[in-house]
Design a protein around this ligand. Structure first.
Ligand SMILES: Cc1ncc(COP(=O)(O)O)c(C=O)c1O
Length: 396
């Protein structure tokens, strides 16, 4: 078939777009009737309290557009959570925008802050949507690696990446794909650079309720002097198993959030109204036991996933947060079918019926991910167990 760009003149920003590796793998897994540990979708059930309130909102015809920044009651719930859980010095619902998922909030944040000629710093391994959405703004992305025994950044490398055009930095904690949870000290060291060079941070904290062992979630915006230059993003997708509902939010200083709200209006008008009402259950019905149970389940899944991959010869750093194992098959690279990440992902689908994501999807230089695969353990335990049994049967 003739390429579309030969028939129709596409915008420069659309031309390089291609089906993501994650979607290609999902398709291949479906074709063999396998289990997909690739895409970061948790298939656990949505809490009943959320479903009941949403049914009630639909029955009550809560169907018209809401305020472009979200219904007041939901923004109040988010504000209280941002104060209590994230320790952010937010004081008013004018500092909250509800969007079409945290992805929608990320889009409105970067479209509000960045333009061609600007530079933005992205730590890697990165979440692909961050990189690809940043590129749509026309800004130049500068990469700073996270890694080494301490899984951190070199402050000198960070400083060297900053120029007089640097406008923003992206922080993802807990991180996809590595499971890194940023410490207070790391955030303070980043903040010092932000303050010196007048840089704004956009933090993606979508996995904030999933931290393990001695890791604690700290929001950059809670550090003294940080809030005025930080947009904190989170959402409901991962914590309440509603990835398809598209509800997320941003919290930050009101002057910035006012503009973001207007940008949100242009892109989405508002987040889905009845679902906003349903989500009030998070603040009014769910208690601490919900989060304790969630974490307990993820501890079990993490152990099962990591121990299985170790048993078949992968090197598996234990993720401190989120629900991914970012595993290295370097130790078994001489086995047939494991020469690089693309081949290894294919081998796992063909021989074990298990989908994963290629390591190169998370680095700007593909060779940095050549011995890595990402596995999502946000699955029903029985499904995850089945996938692990299949991996052991094929490669154990
Ligand atoms: C780091 C990160 N941010 C955001 C998202 C998407 O969140 P939402 O569903 O709120 O748009 C994902 C989903 O995989 C993610 O891994």
């Amino acid at each position: 078939m003739e390429p579309l760009s030969k028939i129709i003149s596409l915008a420069d920003r659309a031309r390089p777009l291609k089906k993501s590796n994650i979607r290609t793998i999902s398709q291949a897994v479906d074709e063999v009737g396998g289990i997909n540990l690739g895409q970061g979708i948790c298939d656990l059930p949505t809490p009943d309290a959320i479903k009941e309130r949403t049914h009630a909102a639909i029955d009550a015809d809560q169907s018209i557009y809401s305020h472009h920044a979200g219904i007041e009651a939901l923004r109040e719930g988010i504000l209280a959570k941002a104060q209590e859980y994230n320790d952010l010095p937010a004081t008013s619902i004018d500092e909250v925008v509800v969007s079409a998922g945290s992805t929608g909030a990320f889009v409105t944040a970067v479209m509000t802050l960045l333009q061609e000629g600007d530079e933005v710093i992205l730590f890697e391994p990165f979440y692909g949507y961050h990189r690809n959405i940043l590129k749509l703004t026309g800004a130049t992305v500068r990469y700073v690696p996270l890694g080494g025994p301490e899984d951190t950044f070199d402050p000198e490398v960070l400083k060297a990446a900053v120029t007089d055009r640097t406008r923003a930095v992206i922080v993802n904690t807990p991180a996809n794909p590595s499971g890194k949870v940023w410490s207070r000290d790391e955030l303070a060291s980043l903040l010092a650079v932000m303050q010196e060079h007048d840089i704004v941070a956009i933090t993606d904290e979508i996995y904030e309720y999933m931290t393990y062992d001695d890791a604690d979630h700290v929001s950059l915006g809670s550090l003294p002097g940080a809030y005025e230059r930080t947009i904190t993003l989170s959402g409901f997708s991962k914590t309440y198993n509603v990835t398809g509902w598209r509800l997320g939010y941003a919290v930050g200083p009101d002057r910035l959030l006012e503009k973001m709200g207007l940008m949100n209006d242009l892109f989405y008008v508002c987040a889905p109204r009845p679902l906003q009402h349903g989500m009030l259950a998070v603040f009014e019905d769910l208690g601490d036991d919900y989060y304790a149970e969630l974490l307990d389940g993820y501890y079990k899944r993490r152990a099962l996933m990591c121990e299985t991959l170790e048993a078949i010869g992968f090197d598996v750093p234990r993720p401190k947060g989120a629900y991914y194992a970012f595993a290295d098959f370097g130790p078994i690279r001489d086995r047939p079918g494991f020469s690089n990440d693309v081949e290894a992902a294919d081998t796992l689908i063909r021989e074990a019926g298990v989908g994963s994501v290629t390591g190169r999807s998370f680095f700007h230089d593909p060779s940095d991910g050549v011995t890595k695969l990402r596995f999502c353990f946000g699955k029903e335990l029985s499904v995850l167990k089945q996938a692990c049994d299949q991996l052991l049967a094929a490669f154990g």
